[in-house]
Design a protein around this ligand. Structure first.
Ligand code: MRU
Length: 371
């Protein structure tokens, strides 16, 4: 598979292997949109911290970063016990996105088959392959999603409705992957193809990945967009101001239940009530065929209450500071993901094509490709 002729929307990558295999460089996403700061991760502990504390985030990027964590461990101590312990530490860093387990299993298949002396070079090469493939997968998701956006844009244009109106939640953009993004890949490709479009960006409380990251990305790429409070989506749909919703995913079960950032389910409900198509961009590395019932079986990360009680932003002097929103003493809860049942999903846009959120289709999708 190739990345296609189009270049990804930004020259920077959220993760980059540094020459010599000693470290990786990441974008520290906690600082965006106010500061673009790079950080160097030179060992597995640094990688665990970066994933757990969300310097990097987004399912595919978590997987790729963890893969480099394994490779950095192999450079430090490639013995069986050290490799297994590092894998366990990485696996525990965030529970919901299955790309983490997917990448660690892929890495384990490589190192477990080799003598310790051969593990450093082989795991580094495998981590680089995971990163390279992610870029190509997302480019393919973009190509496969493009006709959907073109058709809906033509439908809107036919009634003189102006630009295609897309709504997205959280950040499933290039910052959440190695490049392109998943949900944003069709948007970037449609924009490049001259499809007039506008994106409604859910702010995505409590961490505001939409307001801080998706809005920043789209702005960098010159894609027209408007940030809205999470609660605005239903209203916009009722007033025919949304032609489609497109989101990413952290884990999709065999029967097509979609786990994604908290609040996604409410968008899917509103979309169904208003006849708005609800698409999920899904690299096949996010499909977990070992699970069926997403609600019952997907582990939902519970994050710190502080993400709810406090918010950070830039003040008039340009300093970034954190302030408290809630009264002293009020409890807060912070489930970070929710599950949208398959019945609310119009289709899954994958690197292998558009598939319905149905078990038979998803199992068929994962059958080996004919040579
Ligand atoms: O908590 P986050 O920021 O890692 O959550 C990210 C999301 O929910 C994304 O939509 C998902 O990981 C897909 S990223 C291509």
């Amino acid at each position: 598979m190739t990345g296609g002729e189009l270049e990804p929307p930004h020259r920077l990558r959220p993760i980059r292997a540094l020459p010599g295999g000693e470290a990786v460089e990441i974008i520290d996403q906690r600082r965006l949109p106010h500061e673009l700061r790079l950080a160097r991760l030179d060992g597995v502990e640094a990688v665990v911290t970066a994933i757990r504390d969300m310097w990097v985030r987004g399912a595919p990027l978590i997987g790729a970063t963890a893969a480099f964590g394994v490779a950095l461990q192999a450079r430090a101590d490639a013995g069986d016990a050290a490799m297994a312990a590092a894998t366990d530490r990485l696996q525990a860093s965030r529970p919901t996105a299955v790309n983490l387990a997917w990448a660690l299993q892929r890495m384990a298949r490589v190192w477990a088959a080799l003598a310790p002396a051969d593990r450093a070079a082989a795991t580094w090469a495998e981590a680089e392959a995971i990163a390279r493939e992610d870029l190509a997968v997302n480019a393919a998701i973009g190509r496969n999603g493009l006709p959907i956006l073109q058709a809906l844009a033509a439908r809107r244009a036919a009634v003189g409705g102006g630009a295609l109106q897309v709504l997205t939640h959280c950040n499933a953009g290039w910052l959440a992957t190695v490049g392109w993004g998943t949900a944003t890949a069709p948007i970037y490709q449609a924009h490049a193809a001259g499809v007039p479009l506008h994106v409604w960006v859910d702010e995505t409380r409590p961490r505001n990945q939409g307001a801080s990251l998706t809005a920043w990305e789209l702005g960098q790429a010159g894609v027209p967009h408007t940030v809205v409070a999470d609660n605005a989506g239903g209203h916009l749909m009722q007033h025919r101001q949304v032609d489609l919703v497109i989101v990413g995913c952290d884990r999709v079960t065999a029967r097509g239940d979609v786990c994604n950032k908290i609040g996604t389910y409410l968008k899917a409900l509103a979309a169904r009530d208003n006849g708005v198509p609800f698409y999920v961009a899904m690299p096949t590395s996010t499909l977990d065929l070992s699970l069926a019932d997403g609600l019952a079986e997907i582990p939902i990360e519970e994050r710190s209450a502080r993400e709810v009680t406090h918010v950070s932003g830039r003040d008039a002097s340009g300093s970034v500071l954190e302030v408290q929103l809630t009264p002293d003493g009020s409890a807060a809860a912070n489930p970070a993901f929710d599950v949208t049942p398959a019945r609310l999903v119009t289709g899954l846009i994958t690197e292998r094509g558009l598939v319905p959120a149905q078990e038979a289709a998803l199992r068929r999708l994962m059958e080996p490709m004919p040579r």
